[in-house]
Structure formats: structure tokens, C-alpha cells
Ligand binder design. Structure first.
Ligand code: 6PG
Length: 231
């Protein structure tokens, strides 16, 4: 029987992080063979830190690379919860500090205003060369949470906005967020989903109709690699 969604299993989180960093670097280099700029959509959460540590040490022409985020928490960029801060501390260091960071957050009155402002800058980056995503145990990707009032818009694979404001509160975290939509995420040459633990593997294999499945089903021509490690 063919697997519904093939999952690449790695012995541990470090091996999976290494595979992710290598794939991201390869795709950026391939993008730069075709164009004078390449782009990487990074993600937040606790899983990708090691990927960023490895990536930042690779000898890439960082000044030709733009880096943005799959999603962002509606907090100032110096706050511990900020994904921009995670990138500044783990990826955009050393030679990689020369990359052009394109934030989703901006100093505006609301997440809705910031999403609207980010729309044009994200449009300029599309199609991106490579997207890295994590996934929650509820099947969310980026800040596209099951049960969210903006989920339908966020998961429309064919059009609409590129960036949306995702309101806080159950079932989403207690904090407004900004998120790329599925429509924006899928406009890439490679999507990587990096996950740890049996529970997340089971969500992909045994669950149905969650944001992760919407992504996997809508990817079309875009290869999606799911990189998994047990812990
Ligand atoms: C974020 C994310 C989010 C994350 C998942 C998995 O900023 O929180 O982009 O989608 O990738 O929640 O998070 P963990 O890696 O911490 O499990």
C-alpha cells in the first residue's frame, strides 16, 4: 500500500535538522542559479532553532537571499515570543546577517493593518524558493488553526489574501497573530514540514481535514517533504 503522505524518518532531531538545513541551502543555491535573488520562508516554534543554527554557518551568498516568516505573533520584535527575534538570534547571525529580512510585523495599530501592509512585500517575494513549516498537535501550520474564524480564508488554495490576521483565543493561542495563507505558502518550489514525536506523526497519518492535510492536498506540483524524528 502506498503511504497517503510519505514521511521521512530520522534517528533524532539533530539529523532531521541537518536534512532540513541542507535542503534549504540546496534550494536557495538552485534558485540563485536561475535568478539573482532567492527567498526562504522560515517558521517559528521550538522545533526549527537547530535548523537555523546550522543554516547560518553555511557559506551562502546571504546578501542575495530574502528571509521572511510563515507567521508571526502580534508582539513587538524584541519580545521573547517574537518569531522575528528567533530569526535574529538563531539565523540572521554571522555572515547570514547580510540576508534581507522581510518582517510580517510592523508598528501599526492592529494585526489587520499589519497584514494588509505585508501583502505587497510578500507578493514581491513569490514564488519563494523554499518554505519551512512546523506543525502543532492540532494539525495547525503557520498560524492557521483548526476552528479559527479565518480558517476558510487562510486555507483557500486558489486566491484571496497572501497574509491574514489570525485572532487570538480558543482554539488559537491567547495572542493575535499574522499568517501567510495556504495560497501564499504553496507558491514555492519546495515545502518542508519539520516535526518531532509520535503524536504529530499520527496526526498526519491518521487525521483528516486539518490544515496540514489541506497543505499536503493542495501542494500540487510543489514537492512537500515531511521530516520526522521520534523526539
Ligand atoms: C509558531 C509557528 C507554528 C509552529 C507550530 C509547531 O510561530 O508557533 O509558526 O505554526 O510551527 O506551532 O511549534 P513547535 O515547533 O513549537 O511544536
Amino acid at each position: 500500500m502506498t503511504e497517503r503522505y510519505p514521511i521521512e524518518a530520522y534517528a533524532d532531531a539533530s539529523e532531521a535538522a541537518r536534512a532540513a538545513a541542507e535542503a534549504i541551502a540546496d534550494w536557495l543555491v538552485a534558485g540563485l542559479a536561475e535568478d539573482d535573488r532567492a527567498s526562504f520562508v522560515a517558521t517559528g516554534g521550538s522545533t526549527p532553532g537547530e535548523v537555523y543554527d546550522l543554516l547560518s554557518t553555511l557559506p551562502l551568498p546571504w546578501e542575495q537571499i530574502s528571509v521572511t516568516l510563515s507567521d508571526e505573533r502580534w508582539v513587538a520584535p524584541d519580545q521573547p515570543e517574537s518569531n522575528a527575534r528567533l530569526l535574529r538570534e538563531r539565523l540572521l547571525v554571522g555572515a547570514a546577517a547580510a540576508a534581507n529580512f522581510v518582517p510580517l510585523w510592523s508598528d501599526l495599530a492592529s494585526a489587520e493593518d499589519a497584514a494588509e501592509a505585508a501583502e505587497a512585500v510578500i507578493a514581491e517575494l513569490l514564488p519563494t524558493d523554499v518554505v519551512l513549516l512546523g506543525m502543532g498537535e492540532d494539525g495547525h501550520i503557520a498560524s492557521l488553526f483548526p476552528g479559527s474564524p479565518v480558517l476558510e480564508e487562510g486555507l483557500d488554495p486558489l486566491g484571496g489574501s497572501l497574509v491574514i490576521a489570525a485572532p487570538k483565543g480558543d482554539p488559537a493561542p491567547p495572542q493575535d497573530r499574522l499568517s501567510l495563507t495556504l495560497y501564499a505558502l504553496r507558491q514555492s518550489y519546495l515545502i518542508l514540514v519539520l516535526i518531532r514525536g509520535e503524536a504529530k506523526r499520527r496526526v498526519i497519518e491518521e487525521g483528516a481535514g486539518l490544515p496540514i492535510h489541506a497543505l499536503l492536498d493542495a501542494a500540487g506540483e510543489t514537492p512537500v517533504r515531511i521530516l520526522w524524528s521520534p523526539s
